[in-house]
Design a protein around this ligand. Structure first.
Ligand SMILES: Cc1cc2nc3c(=O)[nH]c(=O)nc-3n(C[C@H](O)[C@H](O)[C@H](O)COP(=O)(O)O)c2cc1C
Length: 200
């Protein structure tokens, strides 16, 4: 898909009404509603390839992926359950574990900053966030819906250890991917006049 030779000239952007329209109408999915079919192994590889094609200052690639199928997420949710009981709002903490187990496929994006004299950690973390968004776009491009979730287990120290994160790493997001039975509904969007300064 992107086996372009290093240094090869890439096409300049061309206007695409379809691309713009899809961006204008894209929506995340409720993670619990994501169902089969999910992407095949080949499709997941394509999604990863597209997701990794993300700007990052200094070519540090300060992120990594953990691809989680249904079985590994059931096991993870079982291990997280006792930790959920210890959370403030334990009921909700337990309930949101269903977001982990429902979708057919999940890509955990780990922000993994590297030592750099030039690139601040913040920029490396921003890049990990951009990877998450690109994974969602890639999933959409292949005809799947996606959801970017963090939830409490992305921040609880014991949970993060269960996820296998190393020192200095953080969860950028769980990107859940699958198919929705029902169309998502439009949600409020920001008032651009309130958040935009024009200085032409
Ligand atoms: C970094 C990040 C973390 C998020 N974590 C959660 C979460 O834990 N639970 C949740 O319900 N939505 C979470 N969301 C929100 C959804 O992914 C999504 O942005 C929202 O439902 C609507 O998005 P849409 O405009 O793409 O439809 C998160 C979004 C981001 C960017």
């Amino acid at each position: 898909m992107t086996d372009t030779d290093l240094g090869a000239a890439l096409p300049l952007p061309t206007a695409s009404a379809d691309f713009a329209d899809r961006l204008a109408r894209r929506r995340s999915a409720p993670a619990q509603s994501l169902a089969d079919p999910g992407p095949s192994r080949d499709e997941v590889e394509r999604i990863l390839l597209l997701g990794a094609r993300t700007p990052d200052h200094g070519k540090l690639f300060p992120w990594r992926f953990v691809v989680l199928g249904p079985q590994s997420r059931v096991e993870l949710a079982e291990k997280l359950l006792p930790l959920a009981d210890a959370q403030p709002g334990a009921d909700k903490a337990r309930k949101v574990l269903s977001k982990l187990t429902a979708p057919p496929l999940t890509i955990l994006v780990v922000s993994s900053p590297v030592d750099s004299p030039k690139v601040p950690v913040w920029e490396q973390q921003l890049s990990a966030g951009a990877v998450c968004m690109n994974l969602e776009h890639a999933a959409n491009a292949l005809g799947y819906s996606a959801s970017w979730i963090t939830d409490w287990y992305s921040y609880d120290a014991a949970a993060v250890a269960l996820l296998g994160l190393k020192n200095g790493e953080t969860v950028a997001g769980f990107i859940h991917i699958g198919t929705l039975a029902e169309a998502p509904l439009e949600r409020p969007r920001p008032d651009l006049t309130a958040i935009t300064e024009w200085k032409l």
